[in-house]
Design a protein around this ligand. Structure first.
Ligand code: MN
Length: 234
């Protein structure tokens, strides 16, 4: 008499198949895509739901997946925080620079925006520093928008705290950011950043990057910018 398998063969085969599929995914999943901190339509009408869904669910997700794909080439990556990675990005290859930068930048970008009622205003010390450095908040925005519009092709505009604790406006190409230890980067701690890749605005604004940048100020999470400023000034 034949003995019965403990589990039907089909189920066993399925379980083995799922385990085989999941094992490398779990082992390689060093970096993860956090959910958006608010619903995808929370920034409407300034940033539309579809743009947010594609930007987060496809573009940001791709940076995370591609970065995880590099862990086998650079096992050290697994021991680094996303932020620490930026400060030693020169040790790695272009794929880590682009995708590690992309993951860091987008992770930050979502937090720098907030739904209505949760956006606040620049804190006292930050507001005073902006006035001292740029003349006024409006002047700072003007300078920032010039950096956003002046960035040819894809990249980011930034408000940073420099190593000598001064506010400055910079921009970077591609997915570079001010934390990266690269000679062409003006380094500092980013406290505000604007994604000016076309994928961030093209569905709603098409080629009108200036209109996107202007409207984006309406969704800036000043509570988070202030928190990051206070932290950087410590
Ligand atoms: Mn983007």
């Amino acid at each position: 008499m034949r003995t019965q398998p403990i589990r039907p063969p089909l189920l066993s085969a399925l379980a083995a198949g799922v385990a085989t599929l999941l094992a490398p995914m779990l082992a390689a999943a060093q970096f993860t895509l956090a959910p958006l901190p608010y619903p995808a339509d929370a920034l409407e009408p300034h940033i539309d739901r579809t743009t947010m869904e594609i930007h987060h669910g496809r573009h940001h997700a791709a940076y995370v997946n591609n970065l995880n794909g590099q862990v086998k080439n650079f096992p050290d990556l697994a021991n680094l925080s996303l932020e620490a990675m930026q400060g030693q990005i020169s040790k790695f290859n272009t794929a880590v620079r682009n995708n590690g930068g992309g993951h860091y930048n987008h992770d930050l970008f979502w937090k720098l925006m907030a739904p209505a009622g949760q956006r606040g205003a620049p804190g006292e010390a930050l507001a005073a520093d902006i006035a001292r450095t740029f003349g006024s908040l409006e002047d700072m925005k003007k300078r920032f928008d010039q950096a956003a519009l002046g960035r040819f092709g894809s990249g980011w505009a930034w408000l940073i705290v420099t190593p000598d604790k001064k506010l400055a406006i910079t921009s970077t190409p591609n997915q570079d950011n001010p934390l990266m230890d690269l000679p062409e980067i003006t380094r500092g701690t980013p406290i505000l950043g604007l994604d000016v890749w076309e994928h961030a605005y093209y569905l709603k604004y098409q080629n009108k990057r200036g209109e996107y940048a202007t409207n984006w100020w309406n969704v800036v999470n000043w509570n988070e910018v202030t928190r990051r400023y206070d932290e950087a000034m410590k």
